[in-house]
Ligand binder design. Sequence first.
Ligand code: ATP
Ligand code: MG
Length: 390
Amino acid sequence: MSKELIRLANCTMAFDDEVVLDNINLYIKDKEFLTLLGPSGCGKTTTLRIIGGFQTPTSGDVFFDGVRINAVPPHKRAINTVFQKYALFPHLNVYENIAFGLRIPKVDGKGKKVKLPEEEIHQRVMEMLEVVNLRGFEKRHITQLSGGQQQRVAIARALVNKPKVLLLDEPLGALDLKLRKDMQNELKRIQKAMEITFIYVTHDQEEALAMSDTVVVMDAGKIQQIGTPEDIYNEPKNAFVADFIGESNIIDGIMRADGVVEIFNRKFQCLDGGFAKDEPVDVVIRPEDVDIVPEDQGQLKGTVTNVTFKGMQYDIIVDFYGFKWLIQTTDLSPVGSRIGIKIDPDGIHVMKKSQYSGMFGDYSSYSEEYEEISDASFDPEEDQEGGDEE
Ligand SMILES: Nc1ncnc2c1ncn2[C@@H]1O[C@H](COP(=O)(O)OP(=O)(O)OP(=O)(O)O)[C@@H](O)[C@H]1O
Ligand SMILES: [Mg+2]
C-alpha cells in the first residue's frame, strides 16, 4: 500500500493537569480511510484537532510527510476539516459557499497577494459539484437544502482547494439513519474518486466497520487497538474492544496449552496460542458463532431464559451455570427449554487479561431488561426506589 503521510509520535495532551490523550502513537498512510472510534470523551476530537493544528500536544511530535509540523498553523497544513456543525454561510448560495475558500487571496513566494482568476474558480466549483452530486444546485440558498445536501456542500467546500487530507468529525451525526447510510457510501465514493486521505471520527462502530481501511479504537485517552475492520472484529485485543465492536460473550478461561482453553471446567479447542501454561484469559465468543444442538450432545448445557425475534434471527439468552450468554440463531428454542451448544475452534477467540476484564460480556442485565418488558404484571413505577413522589 501507499506510504506513510502523517505520524503522531508519543503525543500526550493535558488540560490543567488532566491527561486526556495518553502517549498516542499512530501513523496514517496516504489515500487511507482511517477512523477514530470510541465512546464519548475518549479523545477523538482532540486527536483530530492535533492533526489539524488547532491544538498543540503537551508533549510529543506530529509529522507530515516526514517533517515535524508541531508549530505549523492549520491554514499552512495541507489538511481541511469538516465539522459536525458544518457552518455554511446561510446568506450565500451553494456556488458561493464552495467558492469561498478559493476567493481568499493567497500570498505567493514574493509576498504578493494573488487572486485566482474567476474562470479557474468556476471550473473548480463545477468540478466539486459534480463530485458531490449537486450539479444544478449552484444557485440554491443553503436554507433551501436538506441536511444531506448541506453536508455535501460542506464536503465540497472542504475539498475544493485540494487538501491532501480531510478530517471529518462525526460529519453524519445530524442525519437520520437512512440518510446516514446513503452518505456513508457517498463519502467512501468521494474519497476513492479524489484519492485523498480521510481521517474520520465516529462513535458508531457499524459506521466505522463499513467505511474504513483502518480503525483505531480508543478509550480513556488511549489507543486500545489499531487494525482493519476484520482484525478488530475477529481478533479484538481486549474485553473493551470486544464489547465495543459488535455483541460478545466474554467469559473467564484458562489456557491449558496452545490450542486448548478451558471454560466452565470443560476443554475447548481454539486456534490461539502463545500463552503461559494455565494462564487466566478472557475468552470471546460471538453470538453468531454458537451452534445449538440437543442437550445431550452439547459441549455446554444451559437453559433459555429469553427469546427476542429480530427479523433475520432470534436473539436468545441462555443461562450457563449462572452466566448469561447471547446467542443468535435461526431456530427457535422456546423460553425454559434446555439446550446444548457447540463452538468450532475458529469461533473462540482468546485474549490476555486486561484492566477491562470482568467489566463486559455478561448478558444478565440485558436479560433482566427483557424479563421486565415481557412481564405484563411488572410495574416499573412500583419498583422505583427514591423516585419523585407526588
Ligand atoms: N479545551 C479543553 N479544555 C479542557 N478539557 C478538554 C478540552 N477539550 C477537551 N477536553 C476534555 O478532553 C476529553 C476528550 O475530549 P474529546 O473532545 O477529544 O472527546 P471525544 O472523543 O471527541 O468525545 P465525543 O464523542 O463526545 O465528541 C474530554 O474529557 C473533554 O472534556
Ligand atoms: Mg468529539
